[in-house]
Design a protein around this ligand. Structure first.
Ligand SMILES: Cc1ncc(COP(=O)(O)O)c(C=O)c1O
Length: 458
């Protein structure tokens, strides 16, 4: 399998190079040259496979330059860290299915991808005799999942910046209580934007980036998308009947839902993908009317989806534009100049043939957490609640719908308590964080200081 860029200016590369490249060197995103099709017979044969076997069958189609035994071992190791025997169990509640993606080490769906990415990085760096310094900014959630993915691994250091005292106390502890020597937390006296600015500036310092082999773990890495494709197949196989389904996906960066789009293109019988956003609804506007114009980010109770620029949308646009990289380049130039991308009527129709969309505001999110809990006893996290609300409200009656549960409710305990009147029970991993020893460098929002800190520890 070869990989290309949405912007059309890299020579085709193999899977291993695609993982190491992250963002394509021409500024685009990496995609496979072709998408394998899985016939119905194979789909049915895969139906009841254990998660890791299914993951191997799917990932090996795309990662054909890693010996099979090695890939199997990498996948086994990645999902051994999950606390549920099914890895991503499917449960039925109140007429909808909930796909629980939060049984990994940090109780968020990001673990599914970042556990695999950490193992892949370690494997590839060893093979190449190279080292990597991962640098990233987090508003809370991605940082802990990235740290959990690479803690204690050979040839990798990780430097994660978070805004000092502006994440939830649990999120901060999930990062700072990791004491492995290769993990470096920096609490910046400033906002998340300050953290991100520092990281961006250091990545743009090309000699520094090269000398210190800076690496990223954000959702533009192809391996992250690929790992997420697996659970769409897994969920479908766990349904009592293998019929067409709708997946409802709480969306911010378009990464998770793009994995569903790939699964659909691979032949999984997905009738529609329901794209559910909070008030930061540029993506649901795009689906509803083709309006892709940037607005201001507003803060909500589902903070991990408080995003305007959805970086993974570019991957979908490549297909929407009939795999024409020039049209992709023009669209992003237009976005930069005018703050919007204009789509033709035919393009909007095509989007609507594949996606449904809805916007769920804060009041509706909290109401959904409360009513779902009253009716089923089940506690949704605010991100999951956005998708569940979408499913209950926007779907034609009778459709089978699987809602992706992207975080454990205890990670967003304050919002959940506001909705149901009591805090969600803390799972043992989170309860155990209380009182643990922590390590973290508090620092001014000063990129030179961050740079020096990294240089001294790389
Ligand atoms: C808990 C949670 N739910 C949903 C999302 C949205 O996923 P995506 O950004 O891939 O659309 C995120 C993203 O960070 C998240 O952390």
């Amino acid at each position: 399998m070869k990989y290309i860029s949405t912007r059309g200016n890299i020579a085709p590369i193999g899977f291993k190079d695609a993982v190491m490249m992250g963002l394509a060197t021409d500024g685009g995103l990496i995609l496979p040259e072709s998408i394998p099709r899985i016939d119905r017979e194979t789909l049915l044969a895969w139906c009841k496979l254990p998660y890791r076997e299914l993951a191997f069958n799917i990932i090996s189609l795309f990662a054909d330059d890693i010996p099979k035994e090695d890939l199997k071992a990498l996948i086994d190791r990645s999902y051994a860290s999950f606390g549920h025997p099914e890895t991503t169990p499917l449960v039925r509640k109140d007429g909808v299915y909930i796909l629980e993606l939060f049984h990994g080490p940090t109780l968020a769906f990001k673990d599914v991808a970042l556990q695999l990415l950490g193992n892949l990085f370690e494997y590839l760096l060893k093979e190449r005799g190279e080292k990597m310094n991962i640098l990233g900014a987090t508003s809370g959630d991605t940082g802990s999942a990235a740290i959990a993915g690479v803690r204690g691994r050979d040839n990798i250091n990780i430097f994660i910046l978070h805004p000092h005292l502006k994440t939830s106390p649990i999120q901060a502890l999930q990062m700072t209580s990791v004491l492995d020597a290769n993990v470096h937390n920096i609490a910046v006296e400033g906002t998340f934007d300050d953290c991100q600015d520092i990281v961006k500036t250091l990545f743009n310092d090309l000699p520094f980036k090269k000398e210190y082999a800076l690496g990223a773990v954000n959702s533009i890495n192809w391996a992250r998308v690929l790992a997420q494709v697996v659970y769409y197949f897994y969920a479908w196989g766990r349904l009592p009947e293998q019929q067409e389904v709708v997946f409802s996906v709480p969306t911010g960066n378009f990464g998770d839902i793009f994995a569903g789009y790939l699964a659909k293109r691979m032949g999984l019988p997905i009738e529609k993908l329901l794209l559910a956003t909070n008030e930061n609804n540029i993506l649901s506007r795009f689906v509803a009317s083709g309006d892709y114009s940037l607005g201001q980010v507003v803060q909500t109770v589902s903070p991990s989806m408080d995003i305007q620029l959805a970086s993974n949308l570019e991957r979908y646009l490549f297909y929407l534009f009939d795999e024409n990289p020039e049209r992709v380049r023009n669209a992003f130039a237009e976005l930069q100049q005018t703050g919007r991308i204009v789509f033709s009527e035919a393009e909007v129709k095509r989007v609507q043939s594949e996606f449904l969309s809805c916007t769920v505001d804060e009041k509706q999110t909290l109401e959904t957490i409360a009513s779902f809990n009253r009716e089923t006893g089940y506690i949704l996290d605010p991100h999951t609640a956005v998708g569940v609300r979408g499913a209950l409200e926007c779907l034609p009656g009778g459709a089978s719908v699987i809602c992706l549960a992207t975080a454990h409710p205890a990670k967003f305990g304050e919002a959940v308590e506001k909705a149901i009147g009591f805090p969600p029970p803390l799972p043992p991993q989170l309860a155990a964080l209380e009182g643990l020893e922590t390590r973290c460098e508090v620092m001014d929002a000063d990129r030179e200081k961050v740079k020096r800190f990294l240089q001294e520890r790389a």
